[in-house]
Design a protein around this ligand. Structure first.
Ligand SMILES: [Zn+2]
Length: 146
């Protein structure tokens, strides 16, 4: 696979407002730059066009790997993973009122949340610190009422 150009990577990054497009962690405050995810993996025929790329933190990218399908824990139904180019984050997820947990609003959300471990322990600790300094949840994200 040809390396993505810096220009293309910058476009992906800016479009995402530097958020991982799955767990909405802000890259700005992380030690390691986020990765560029091929939503449909190259190994399965995905392209390196903007409409197949997403900004993803290392963990989400690793968990996603070359998987496109995940299981809804409530119904055991197999569903496509949340696709940041086709699905709107706020329609599938919201934040718990304290900003620590991602709440799945749909079957796709539930399947993706489990598959990518969107509420993994380490990221919850980061969210807690970011809430304290007022930089989490990200602007525009839906937050559950108490
Ligand atoms: Zn992530």
């Amino acid at each position: 696979m040809a390396a993505l150009s810096e220009k293309l990577k910058a476009k992906v990054r800016n479009r995402a407002n530097r958020l991982c497009e799955y767990c909405h962690t802000d890259e700005t405050w992380q030690y390691v730059p986020f990765t560029i995810d091929h939503i449909i993996p190259v190994s399965l025929g995905g392209t390196s066009e903007l409409n197949n790329l997403a900004l993803a933190c290392f963990h989400c990218n690793r968990r996603k790997s070359n998987v496109l399908i995940a299981v809804d824990p409530e119904t055991d139904e197999e569903l496509k993973l949340f696709n940041p180019r086709q699905n709107i984050w706020n329609e599938h997820f919201s934040w718990s009122h304290d900003g620590l947990q991602i709440i799945a609003l749909t079957a796709t959300g539930r399947a993706t949340l489990v598959k990518l471990e969107l509420n993994r322990e380490r990221v919850i600790r980061i969210r807690a610190e970011d809430v304290l300094v007022g930089r989490h949840p990200p602007k525009g994200d839906k937050i559950q009422e108490k």
